[in-house]
Design a protein around this ligand. Structure first.
Ligand SMILES: [Zn+2]
Length: 210
């Protein structure tokens, strides 16, 4: 099941721009909203998770260190991600965290490590991260997802570029507890043939390595 992350949910409730201003002007309100959002996540997971989910995917575009600031991301978002992950584990469900923003550079090492310290079972990195920078921290700790740029490559193509990008990603990620996905949700309007090209290129790469 796919569920909106804590700051993501708070942004949906409050309006994202207003929430960003609140971080500076009214931090207590932000804490309250994020706590409430965590409650919304728990209730949803409890309801759907008990019924039909095999895993919980925390979709968290606004749980984003570039947007919130590194300290604020660790202080505002991650405690709720940790609580929700524990809640998932108590239900026997793995949790995958998909924050947006940069995590793979040297100056983001601490923020990536803190994200994994929440206990998540999978980390899907968004656009503009390098696989090697992500693997430095995820290796041996959790599985990794993401990689193929959902907009610039998967949506726009062309086919040769998709195949080339899949190959170069898998050169870094094959065998590293990697689950092949693109970098984010499939955009409305992505040609189905591009998704098939990605899947076929992945299969043929892995077939060559088997
Ligand atoms: Zn995304």
């Amino acid at each position: 099941m796919n569920i909106s992350g804590p700051v993501n949910t708070a942004g949906n409730l409050r309006g994202l721009e207003t929430l960003m201003m609140d971080i500076i002007l009214n931090p207590d309100l932000v804490s309250g909203l994020v706590r409430f959002s965590e409650g919304v996540m728990r209730s949803t997971i409890e309801y759907i998770g008990a019924d039909c989910a095999d895993a919980v995917f925390i979709a968290a575009a606004s749980d984003n260190p570039d947007m919130l600031g590194l300290e604020e991301f660790m202080k505002i978002s991650l405690p709720s991600v940790r609580n929700v992950t524990n809640f998932c584990h108590d239900m026997g469900l793995p949790a995958i965290f998909h924050p947006h923003g940069l995590f793979s550079t040297e100056d983001r090492k601490e923020v990536l490590r803190a994200s994994l310290d929440t206990g998540v079972d999978g980390f899907q990195f968004a656009e503009d991260n390098t696989p090697s920078g992500i693997l430095r921290e995820t290796s041996g700790r959790c599985c990794v997802l993401g990689g193929l740029d959902a907009f610039n490559v998967l949506l726009l193509g062309p086919e040769e570029r998709i195949i080339r990008s899949v190959g170069s990603l898998l050169d870094s990620l094959f065998g590293e507890d990697y689950i092949m996905t693109c970098s984010c949700s499939l955009n409305r309007g992505v040609p189905i043939k591009n998704i098939k090209t990605m899947a076929d290129a992945t299969r043929s790469y892995c077939g060559g390595r088997a």
